[in-house]
Ligand binder design. Structure first.
Ligand code: CP
Ligand code: NVA
Length: 330
């Protein structure tokens, strides 16, 4: 009884503290938000991280349920969302598309409407971003994008949190992303860097440039935040004087058949000890993981002193809890 009463009080106070700006909205891509909303999410993630470390209970989602649809594999996203819901006092249900009727052809339209009758939020990892948008239109509960072919916004929120923790601030930092410039990480980093006033340079071969619409939108946003976004075919130019060096796999989920071709085309973009000599001496290295050591990054870099990949992985938990709390809770 005491605990339930305490939880109700905590939730009521939280509502007052935060206002209602995120309630009921979807988290599909970073550019759907303003710079101050991104900063609020980062502050909330940092606060929940502190509460967790100090053992302060934070059952802000007591009684709430998250449904998690996975059409692609996942370690970090699945476990951190599920653990996050439990730490927030709620529950999560793992829904593999292999088991759902979705896998046998039921529409996303009906799936969204039906799931909304059972759960308080839906997290989905799938191929097509348009499908997630359709789900969000049909569902009456918040939808969270846990990765599509074009965006990985929950990852980049965790990346921003990690960079902010180590560097103190985001605005004005130079970030280099080297590798596949048109994958989900490159796109979400474009949006995340633009929203936070960072200078992002993508080093990628011809033919791997970001989606032009996403790039131009990021450029427009960055002109308002005093940041910048740029693409070059030179990995050295991308990494020159960088505070942060980021890479990702060369063949994303769904591109397995292109893997050998990509290994050849992207080889000059490997993050190794030669390339990082161009970065600032106190640069940090990020990778969303899973990584292929010896392909996009060498062991000495990912397992070296500048690497913060495991802090970054941990921060998925705290960033996701902030999203869950703000969108599903208050
Ligand atoms: N970085 C990331 O999204 O990891 P998973 O594929 O393991 O969820
Ligand atoms: N770009 C990668 C990210 C994995 C977390 C992929 O989509 O497979």
């Amino acid at each position: 009884m005491g605990t339930a009463f305490q939880s109700a009080e905590i939730v009521k106070n939280e509502r007052k503290r935060l206002g209602t700006s995120f309630k009921g909205k979807d988290f599909l891509k970073l550019s759907d938000f303003t710079p101050s909303e991104i900063h609020l999410l980062l502050e909330e993630a940092a606060r929940l991280k502190r509460m967790k470390k100090e053992g302060i209970p934070h059952p802000f989602l007591a009684g709430k349920i998250l449904g998690m649809i996975f059409e692609k594999s996942s370690t970090r996203t699945r476990v951190s969302f599920e653990a996050g819901m439990i730490q927030l006092g709620g529950n999560a249900i793992f829904l593999s598309s292999r088991d759902l009727q979705l896998g046998r052809g039921e529409s996303i339209h009906d799936t969204g409407k039906v799931l909304s009758r059972y759960v308080d939020g839906i997290m989905i990892r799938t191929y097509s971003h348009e499908m997630v948008e359709e789900l969000a239109r049909e569902a009456t509960v918040p939808v969270i994008n846990g990765l599509t072919d074009t965006h990985h916004p929950t990852q980049v929120l965790a990346d921003l949190l990690t960079i902010k923790e180590v560097k103190g601030d985001l605005k004005g930092l130079k970030v280099a992303f080297v590798g596949d410039g048109k994958n989900n990480m490159a796109h979400s980093l474009l949006e995340g860097a633009a929203l936070t006033g960072m200078h992002l340079v993508i080093g990628t071969p011809a033919g791997f440039e970001p989606d032009p619409e996403i790039f131009h939108q990021a450029k427009r946003i960055s002109s308002m935040t005093e940041g910048s976004v740029q693409v070059t075919t030179s990995p050295e130019e991308a990494v020159a004087e960088a505070d942060v060096v980021i890479t990702d796999v060369w063949a994303s989920m769904g591109q397995e058949e292109e893997s050998e071709k990509r290994k050849i085309l992207l080889a000059p973009y490997q993050v190794n000890s030669r390339l990082v000599q161009y970065a600032k001496s106190d640069y940090i290295f990020l990778h969303c993981l899973p990584a292929h050591r010896g392909e996009e990054v060498t062991e000495e870099i990912i397992d070296g002193d500048h690497s913060v990949v495991f802090e970054e992985a941990e921060n998925r938990l705290h960033a996701h809890k902030a999203i869950l709390h703000l969108f599903m809770g208050t």
